[in-house]
Design a protein around this ligand. Structure first.
Ligand SMILES: [Zn+2]
Length: 406
């Protein structure tokens, strides 16, 4: 009998267990295939979960009409809010229950897709959202879901997690289960053109931060790195273009793919300290998620870069879009990466410091204590204590540099 290989001979981050769950359908106007794809899932009565902005943009009615024209029953819940709460999910659940649906569509940004997933948990497995905080807690099968992102940001379309905030504590709960992942994601770049410029900027910076954080976590592995690096390359090259030329469908398509691939990376390697530090800023000051991660990411990369393995991982990431190569030296590559992240945040109009957003220095300790309790903090390549988070927040009070902008 061959003895098992001692696990210490394998890099701790090389193991993974990946089951592709989501069929990806990519292309301009691919949303036109919605009824055919819904029928593939044996849909007869569909709930479309979306927000008022998507209704105004006309996307919700378009999807509704396409489904109705194919003889499917459609109910629309259009009251999704940004950073959806347990109450938002319960409102959606009431509509789903009374409509007797067999399929759910999440149409919009991460908030719509997460609300759709949250509703799916409660509709099929009962209980409260809090019961599913963590992973793998759904015992019964869930309804098939189709995700249709209209922003290039969260990558929720490729994840089995729903981020839902507790209505009372504002604690963001990551509720995940393989059964909650969308069966199909329709990636139609034409749907992302309707985003207001500010949404393009914030969601784009979020997607970039997902690529960067997932590339260095303790759980990174060959499969997640493939997605992180490709996502970073796609987003870094396309982000300036979608800001300057919002109707450029080719760049919109690259951003949408980059965001989806970053979502795949998160599904396999999770996130790090920039997201842990960002969540309390959103909870206490209402700072938009993309702004919060955009402000925290450069200081977190600087902090993590003191770890030799993380520094190498950043250098490899920076070489994907040719910001710098590993052969330039790890320190030079790290500096170049941070400078590019600063430039991209500046380009996106992300506030330059926490002070600019009204954050009070007197609250740093409280914010740091909450950040250290965030689930993503555990996967950061360096362990991050409350003291470390205090230093990270203090560093984010110093206005961000000009980056590598010419
Ligand atoms: Zn994020």
């Amino acid at each position: 009998m061959i003895p098992p290989v001692a696990s210490s001979t394998l890099p701790s981050h090389s193991a993974f267990d990946h089951q592709p769950r989501t069929r990806l359908v990519f292309g301009v106007n691919s949303v036109e295939r919605i009824s055919e794809l819904a029928r593939d899932l044996s849909a007869q009565r569909v709930l479309v979960v979306t927000d008022p902005g998507i209704v105004t943009a006309g996307h919700a009615h378009r999807v509704e009409h396409l489904l109705q024209a194919a003889g499917l029953g459609v109910v629309v819940f259009e009251e999704v809010i940004e950073n959806p709460t347990t109450r938002c999910v319960e409102n959606c659940l009431r509509v789903a229950r009374s409509a007797g649906i067999d399929t759910i569509i999440g149409l919009g940004g991460g908030s719509s897709m997460d609300t759709a997933k949250g509703c799916n948990f409660l509709l099929t497995n009962g209980g409260r959202m809090q019961d599913y905080w963590g992973s793998g807690k759904a015992k019964r099968a869930m309804l098939p879901m189709i995700a249709i992102p209209t922003t290039a940001g969260t990558g929720s379309e490729c994840q089995s997690f729903a981020l839902i905030a507790d209505e009372h504590t504002h604690q963001k709960m990551a509720c995940g289960d393989p059964k909650a992942a969308a069966r199909i994601a329709i990636l139609d770049p034409a749907l992302t053109v309707s985003q207001p410029p500010r949404v393009t900027a914030c969601t784009g910076i979020d997607a970039i931060s997902h690529a960067v954080e997932s590339a260095v976590t303790r759980k990174r592995n060959p499969l997640s790195l493939m997605y992180s690096h490709e996502a970073f390359k796609l987003c870094v090259k396309s982000f300036p273009r979608v800001l300057s030329h919002p109707n450029d469908l080719e760049s919109r398509g690259r951003m949408l793919l980059g965001a989806a691939f970053a979502g795949m990376a998160i599904e396999n390697s999770l996130l790090g300290a920039a997201h842990a530090a960002a969540n309390p800023l959103t909870a206490h000051y209402g700072i938009v998620h993309g702004d919060a991660v955009g402000m925290m990411l450069p200081v977190v990369v600087r902090f993590n870069g003191r770890d030799p393995q993380a520094r190498r991982a950043y250098a490899e990431l920076a070489s994907a879009p040719e910001i710098a190569g590993v052969t330039d030296g790890l320190d030079i590559a790290l500096d170049a990466l941070i400078a590019r992240l600063e430039s991209l945040s500046n380009l996106g109009g992300i506030p330059r410091s926490l002070a600019a957003c009204g954050v009070e220095r007197s609250k740093i300790k409280m914010l740091a204590e909450e950040a250290a309790r965030q689930w993503t903090a555990a996967f950061n390549p360096r362990s991050v204590t409350v003291e470390d988070f205090v230093h990270l927040y203090e560093a984010a009070f110093i206005p961000r540099g000009d980056g590598d902008a010419k």
